[in-house]
Write a protein that binds this ligand. Structure first.
Ligand code: TXA
Ligand code: MG
Length: 323
């Protein structure tokens, strides 16, 4: 695992050199690990798409470390944007805005909008500053697979194909940022680390774009964030049973109430805290994916606050249409 290196200030200098030369560096953010390249280097960005096996129509988020950089990347910063940035950056909120010509088309998959965020992780911020460019970075997983919340998760999926993985420990929030489209009426394209309720306190009513409609954000595609084994959302009630011969792994919210012979069990938060549940979510799924089981049964969590992000990921993993 020589490509995984623990964070030091020296390492950030090396990492920034790699970015400046068009290389790819995986780094921690407060949400999940990202795989980053200079947002101004189309060839480096092309390599990100290759490494992730990601379709070219799925645009990337541009990460910045300085508020001043927004103006350069977008056409206009209106009052709503100013207020949101002031309140929630650095943090797990990605804003989709009309892009300026400085952003290469490959970053935005040809769209006339760009997604931007300032991550709340000192390692990420130091890397962006030291690199002296905005860093375009999707989550550091293979397209459609589980997102990484540790450096080891990154190594397991794409380690061989990238230049460096900065190990900054496990990520604090554990689910990806909330993607908010502000090109028109505020619309959540992907529920994530910043709860809807927090955004509504500032903006008033915010729309949520249902993911089974024609995707506005390719992250709304079904079959995203999926483990390699099938997943089914299922309640812990009397209807729950283990079919003959099936090895079932159970992803529980607070506790196991039904004493069934599960082949593996993960508990997201013994106290029922949605923050803790989000932080553990992908790690638990990674462990279940590596357990010798045929299927994951996942218990639904309350659909409020960060619970929305968890349920969104579970439904996408299940691949069923919602509504
Ligand atoms: O927390 C996060 O957001 C992580 C960390 C690394 O920052 N990044 C992340 O990137 O989750 P990615 O590429 O896995 O997801 C970005 C999402 C995708 O659903 C993408 O379709 C959407 O943002 N997106 C990016 N640019 C967009 C745009 N211009 N318009 C609409 N959706 C956009
Ligand atoms: Mg992703």
């Amino acid at each position: 695992m020589s490509k995984v290196k623990a964070y030091t200030t020296e390492l950030i200098k090396d990492a920034a050199e790699i970015i400046k030369k068009g290389g790819l560096v995986a780094f921690p953010t407060e949400t999940v690990y990202g795989i980053g390249a200079s947002a101004f280097n189309p060839e480096a960005i092309a390599r990100i798409f290759e490494v992730k096996q990601r379709p070219r129509f799925d645009p990337l988020i541009v990460h910045i470390a300085d508020y001043k950089n927004v103006k350069n990347l977008v056409q206009r910063v209106d009052k709503r944007v100013e207020i949101l940035i002031k309140k929630f950056w650095p943090g797990p909120l990605t804003l989709v805005l009309k892009k300026s010509d400085t952003v290469p088309d490959i970053v935005t998959a040809g769209l006339n909008t760009v997604a931007i965020r300032m991550p709340a992780n000192p390692i990420a911020l130091e890397l962006i500053r030291e690199s002296e460019v905005p860093i375009a970075a999707p989550s550091a997983n293979i397209f459609g697979r589980l997102s990484p919340t540790t450096a080891q998760h990154v190594f397991a999926q794409i380690g061989k194909k990238i230049d460096l993985i900065i190990d900054g420990g496990r990520t604090r929030i554990g689910v990806e940022s909330t993607v908010l489209d502000l090109t028109d009426e505020p619309t959540i394209l992907r529920p994530g680390g910043l709860p809807l309720e927090e955004i509504e306190k500032v903006l008033g009513k915010v729309k949520i774009s249902p993911f089974n409609k024609r995707p506005r954000s390719p992250g709304q595609l079904l079959k995203h964030y999926a483990p390699r084994i099938p997943l089914k959302i299922i309640k812990q009630d009397n209807g729950l049973y283990i079919p003959e011969g099936l090895r079932v792994g159970f992803l529980a919210f607070k506790s196991i109430q039904r004493n069934l012979p599960f082949a593996a069990v993960e508990i997201l938060s013994p106290t029922g805290d949605l923050k803790e549940a989000s932080a553990n979510f992908f790690s638990s799924l990674h462990r279940l994916e590596d357990a010798d089981i045929d299927i994951i049964y996942a218990e639904p969590v309350p659909e409020q606050g960060l619970g929305r992000a968890i349920m969104d990921r579970l439904r996408k993993a299940e691949g069923l249409k919602n509504e």
